[in-house]
Design a protein around this ligand. Structure first.
Ligand code: ADP
Ligand code: MG
Length: 205
């Protein structure tokens, strides 16, 4: 079993649909501990990704993600744009120019993408950021061959829920200090939508 460019397109359009559906909730979460723009940021960014992919049919898995990452960086002003853009660009670069990729290759590439997010943002697990959903997802991918994508999606969802008691140490929410505790991190929540859409892209084939 391998993943082709169509699979990666479904991942990106599925993410666009999920963040569009959940934009109000992402914005509410960001209103509590940030500046109430995360839903709008994600919606704008992934709508641009879906439009760009429509304009460039075909391609390779790596090219699909690289294009998506570039769109996010150029259309999203908030912190999340460069971070998600880096995630997808770095993951795409790690996939190389193969027309299809094996699950183990996807897991490795995502790990490289998530590491690039950590480097760019200077955050680590427990800082109440998107990494608290992304890192458990990557760990689940490495551990569970077979049902790997659903396991990753569930790990990301649990990771996002796990940010509720955390005190933010990175991003805007860190300005609140202890007052950031008791709220779910918006970026971890959107990261769970991204990984949920990854599992959805497999279901849809
Ligand atoms: P902004 O904070 O600029 O308004 P968004 O609201 O779109 O941008 O995104 C906020 C989310 O970005 C946070 O909930 C958090 O998950 C993530 N984030 C912010 N700073 C960092 C960082 N340094 N490293 C990783 N993720 C971060
Ligand atoms: Mg914000």
């Amino acid at each position: 079993m391998t993943y082709d460019a169509e699979f990666f397109r479904r991942w990106m359009t599925g993410t666009a649909a999920a963040v569009d559906r959940e934009a109000d909730r992402l914005t509410e979460l960001d209103a509590a501990i940030g500046d109430a723009d995360h839903g709008a940021n994600m919606r704008r960014g992934f709508a641009a990704v879906a439009a760009a992919l429509e304009g460039e049919p075909g391609g390779t898995p790596g090219a699909v993600l690289t294009l998506a990452g570039r769109e996010l960086i150029s259309t999203v002003g908030g912190a999340s744009g460069p971070l998600y853009g880096t995630l997808l660009r770095r993951t795409g670069k790690a996939l190389g120019d193969a027309p299809e990729v094996a699950p183990v290759k996807l897991a490795e590439a995502l790990r490289a993408g998530v590491a690039a997010v950590a480097r760019l943002g200077g955050a680590k697990a427990g800082d109440k950021t998107m990494l608290d959903a992304l890192e458990p997802a990557v760990a689940a991918l490495a551990e569970s061959l077979g049902q790997a994508l659903p396991a990753a999606a569930e790990a990301a969802r649990q990771g996002a829920l796990g940010t509720v008691p955390m005190v933010a140490r990175k991003g805007r929410a860190s300005y609140l200090g202890e007052r950031s505790a008791g709220h779910q991190d918006p970026g971890a929540t959107s990261a769970a939508l991204l990984i949920g859409a990854l599992a959805g892209a497999e279901e849809a084939r």
